[in-house]
Design a protein around this ligand. Sequence first.
Ligand SMILES: Cc1cc2nc3c(=O)[nH]c(=O)nc-3n(C[C@H](O)[C@H](O)[C@H](O)COP(=O)(O)O)c2cc1C
Length: 380
Amino acid sequence: VTDLRSPLDIRGMRLRNRIVFPPVTCNYGTTDGNVTDDLIGFYKLRTGGIGLVIVEATAVRPDGRLVPGSLGLWGESHLEGLKHLVETIHAGGAAAAIQLVHGGARSFPSEGDMLGASPSGYAFRPDVRPFVMEQGDIERVTEDFATAAQRAAAAGFDAVEIHGAHLYLISQFLSPLTNTRGDRYGGGPEGRAQFPAGIVKAVRSRLGPAAPLIFRLNAVENVEGGQTLGDAIAVSHSLVAAGVDILHVSLVAQSSWREIDGRRFLVASSALPKDAPAGANAANAAAIRTATGAPVIAVGKLGEPGAAAWVIAEELADLAAIGRQMIADPDTALKILDGRDAEIVRCRQCYACYASIFRGQPMTCSVNPTPWRHGSAERA
Ligand SMILES: Cc1cc2nc3c(=O)[nH]c(=O)nc-3n(C[C@H](O)[C@H](O)[C@H](O)COP(=O)(O)O)c2cc1C
């Protein structure tokens, strides 16, 4: 029987178990996208008991960063620090992937031609003015993803994840809410998947057949007019056909429109709310897994007691990702594998982590005052 301890081989990448540390932007990088000691410390502590670490959203262009301290892969100068990060993750026994992103109109404000890049011009923050991408813009950003993926491979990463979730640029193309284009990049799910699938193909051709490619997408967007599970399944077929090996099934858990000075902004959160049951997104992962036959990563409150083991035992997903609970207690995965659940220092789901990074500050946690250093987690 398959359980959390079962290894998994995907396109030559060996995972020692089924637990994933998903991308978590800690905002510990430098303002030019480089690795710091605190960032290394943060990841070093989160390799224990983990099969696959997916390093946080890393910008393919400086104008696509999510926070001021987002990591970057837009230049050769980023390689040295990332090599050190890969070595750190490998030394802990986990495989290492890195998530590639462009934030589009949801990026942190900076200089650059693609700041505000958008399928149809919807705004996400008052300080970034969106513009509608033309064919040439689409080609440039596609090329930026491919080049960044090639650099990720050169840094030693075992796999690359394309960030197609949470209403950043790629996700905005996939969503019927934010993509109302009339050209070949819009329309039904196949049209909306055209730009994302083009990125997948470009990345695949640059990496060659040996590299595992992960794509993170929303299973559902909980907002009027947002993507449905049916849309996500249709899109998943296009992505797998384009060369994706693993689908990482996230969601837009909560979203709403806000109005400031007569302009409308869409705000969105990737975390299930406190009152949602553990594993509330797992059935969506299972539906996408069944429909496509591709291996999937499930995510969403799987750090709660028994939830990760349940997802794997019930074969709802091939891999189970644990986010916030691993911030609060970096030994969560080890404790789950050892049957020491009672010793886990519990995440309070207080959103202090999100609040800190979206204020542009280094990530903080209300139960773990120094997420980058060991021994300081509050004992329950
Ligand atoms: C502080 C913070 C930063 C995050 N950064 C990213 C990110 O860079 N890329 C991404 O795809 N998801 C990001 N997420 C979402 C997580 O990967 C995960 O999907 C989410 O926390 C839900 O899982 P959980 O319920 O186990 O926490 C972030 C979440 C948090 C709390």
